[in-house]
Design a binder for this molecule. Structure first.
Ligand code: SAH
Ligand code: SF4
Ligand code: F3S
Length: 440
């Protein structure tokens, strides 16, 4: 048994990084690491990074500057960079910040233990390959620790769509799907450890096309129906979807599969066909709206969420107005909106950029509209009965917090049930970011 060492992981970016950070923690358990909540006493610090916008990537270098200070008190401390910045910038990271000992891209986490050993021999370790072996298969032997009631499970990774603004196809590589059986096994393992709700993850999760149990290729809907059979698994979600991959059987699953929750994150990015075309999105505003119509026909109460980019190169006030019009028509329960950020190497980086003040102003207008919709929808929940999956005790004594079917956070006072329980609650009040409910 190796001596116990402490690992501090800081996670940035999307849910897939959250999932990957867990896997990295497990990969280093074999080398004697336990995770710690602070960098102060760590023997290894790992930053799991995001490259999606310039700010996200630059933040890493200032954080590395701060983390480096810990080496003064602890000369044995190793610092590693994982995730999408690691993939995009590779060795450049060690050049800009020589305190970095290890750089590992998202496709090489199964080699982490070996790489850590290399740093212990005083060498630098770098791996940003796209190997052919299944990293998750190599990472799978994990201890049966009890877990929170909700978990992420990556089923698909990478993207072949090459939207003109986006780095993901370069940092996560070509699209690939894990086989159904491995996903089902992992889901059963999670359920044995107390998980009740699983969110299936993929950069293009609805493009999922993994090897099915019958030897044929299965789509996401078939995978969901297979997971539906897992006893003890109560809720299934998936994210993020692309409008072009929303197949009929997936829409039907929203109608018929009771474990599939009525919430769908379906980014559109813009409401202007001219801009959508320049973004290489290959859908129109109209086709997106008709798609949502079909989804709502299958599941009328479904809560829609989306992503928007404002100030994309060449975006005019009229283009932006078309985005606001689309938002008015859809009515979003949640939305994530970003000012366009130039990413070196992507096609849009070469084009005429929108004035920064103009872009900021558009972002504010868009966010005000989204906020209003969000509040209206939350307000409309008052008086309705929802089912809440309890996650943890709330701030007040006797209070529990969980999520409704629609992913709203619900606080329940005088709650006698436990985390992991599903309880019926009537919504009594909508507050800024959450709902209050009473058990029925
Ligand atoms: N796989 C997801 C996107 C991941 S990135 C999908 O296809 O929807 C999450 C969001 O970040 C995107 O939907 C987009 O709205 C935003 N984004 C991506 N690149 C960006 C850039 N260069 N500038 C601003 N926002 C960006
Ligand atoms: Fe990026 Fe999503 Fe477009 Fe792929 S589909 S390039 S991940 S925004
Ligand atoms: Fe960021 Fe990579 Fe996710 S760029 S959003 S961490 S896929």
């Amino acid at each position: 048994m190796a001596e116990t060492k402490k690992l501090f992981i800081k996670t940035y970016g999307c849910q897939m990084n959250v999932y990957d950070s867990e896997r990295m923690g497990e990969a280093l358990e074999a080398s004697g690491y336990v995770t710690t909540q602070t960098p102060d006493d760590a023997d290894m610090i790992l930053l799991n990074t995001c490259h999606i916008r310039e700010k996200a990537a630059e933040k890493i270098y200032s954080e590395l500057g701060r983390m480096k200070a810990h080496k003064v008190n602890n000369p044995d401390l190793k610092i590693g960079v994982a995730g999408c910045v690691a993939q995009a910038e590779g060795r450049e990271i060690m050049r800009r910040q020589p305190a970095v000992d290890l750089v590992v891209g998202p496709q090489s986490y199964h080699r982490l233990a070996e790489m850590e050993a290399k740093t212990r021999r005083g060498e630098k370790a770098l791996d940003t390959d796209f190997p052919i072996e299944d990293k998750f298969e190599v990472l799978k032997n994990r201890p049966k620790a009890r877990r929170a009631p909700t978990a992420f499970l990556t089923v698909q990774e990478g993207c072949d769509k090459f939207c003109a603004f986006c780095v993901v196809p370069y940092t996560r590589g070509a699209e690939s799907s894990r086989p159904v059986q491995r996903i089902v096994d992992e889901a059963k393992d999670l359920v044995e450890r107390g998980v009740r709700e699983i969110t299936l993850l993929g950069q293009n999760v609805n493009a999922y096309h993994g090897a099915g149990i019958d030897g044929n290729e299965w789509g996401l809907a078939q995978l969901i129906w297979e997971l539906d059979k897992v006893d003890g698994l109560e809720r299934i979600r998936f994210t993020t979807s692309h409008p072009n991959d929303m197949q009929d059987d997936l829409i039907e699953a929203h109608e018929h599969c009771s474990k599939l929750m009525p919430y769908l994150h379906l980014p559109v990015q813009s409401g202007s066909d001219r801009i959508l075309k320049r973004m290489n999105r290959s859908h129109t505003a109209e086709s997106y709206l008709r798609l949502i119509e079909r989804i709502r026909k299958a599941r009328p109460d479904i809560l829609m969420s989306g992503d928007f980019i404002v100030g994309f190169p060449e975006e005019t006030e009229a283009d932006f107005q078309a985005t606001l019009d689309l938002i008015e028509e859809v009515r979003y329960g949640y939305a994530y909106s970003f000012k366009y950020s130039t990413r070196p190497g992507t096609p849009a980086a070469e084009r005429a950029q929108v004035d920064d003040a103009e872009a900021n102003e558009r972002l504010q207008r868009l966010q005000a509209l989204i906020f209003r919709q969000q509040m209206e929808i939350q307000q409309s929940m008052v008086g309705r009965e929802v089912t809440v999956l309890l996650e943890k005790p709330g701030r007040d004594s006797g209070q529990m917090v969980g999520k409704s079917e629609y992913l709203h956070a619900v606080h329940i006072n005088d709650c006698t049930a436990q985390p992991g329980d599903l309880v019926k609650a009537r919504i009594t009040e909508a507050v800024r970011n959450s709902l209050a409910g009473a058990m029925v």
